[in-house]
Write a protein that binds this ligand. Structure first.
Ligand code: PGA
Length: 216
């Protein structure tokens, strides 16, 4: 692996007090690596404060962004508000595509908003066509049948997908989908992989501490 990135996607799993406990227990990470923590909106400001106060080498990201700018959009969290706390935004996660109706057009608008407010994007894709007209900073290859199912893809399957994706983009490419400590060693054999996006495995601080030790 050349550049190493670990994205922790907490999804809608932790309360603010659980997030606080996690950040109180996570071991500090060497400055040579990029760990991007993506809590839900409610916990982001508090996580940002703890990261600063503890001097943790953790970058914050959001799990989504409003497709609209600042204004009368009840319930939305816009890029300007996010930019005070986070550096990255996850876009196009398969859960948003399938459960929340994020179409390609919506994702394109969200990408535009992210850039407008100076946020870097981590675009989750299942196939190369989802990269069309997109210009993300990081791509995560995320096959839907591997997400949250424990059914990890093989090294060969991931390498094949990565090869196709890397023909379309020069960005770092991550893999996501049921990555856990048990699979990590074999996944480290995947060539040209820049890191991982982890969901369930990101929830336990002991697991994250171990990930960081192995990866960095
Ligand atoms: P998982 O989630 O690690 O729990 O499969 C990954 C993801 O949502 O991308």
């Amino acid at each position: 692996m050349s550049e190493k990135i670990l994205v922790l996607n907490w999804k809608s799993n932790k309360t603010a007090s659980e997030a606080e406990k996690f950040l109180g227990e996570v071991e500090n990470i060497s400055s040579a690596c990029r760990v991007i923590l993506c809590p839900d909106y409610v916990s982001i400001p508090m996580c940002s404060k703890i990261v600063k106060d503890r001097g943790l080498n953790i970058i914050l990201g959001a799990q989504d962004i409003s497709r609209f700018g600042v204004g009368s959009y009840t319930g939305e969290v816009n890029g300007k508000a996010l930019s005070e706390f986070v550096e990255y935004v996850i876009l196009g996660h398969v859960e948003r595509r399938t459960l929340m109706g994020d179409t390609k057009e919506v994702i394109k608008e969200k990408m535009k908003r992210s850039k407008e407010f100076g946020l870097k994007t981590i675009l989750c894709v299942e196939n190369v066509s989802e990269l069309e007209d997109m210009s993300p900073d990081v791509v995560a290859f995320e096959p839907r049948d591997a997400i949250g199912t424990g059914k990890i893809k093989t090294v060969e399957e991931i390498e094949k997908a990565l090869e196709l994706i890397s023909r379309e983009t020069n960005t770092p490419i991550l893999y996501g989908g049921s990555v856990d400590l048990g699979h990590l060693q074999s996944l480290l054999e995947v060539s040209d992989l820049s890191g991982f996006l982890i969901g369930s495995a990101s929830l336990r601080v002991e697991t994250v501490n171990s990930f960081v030790k192995i990866l960095f």
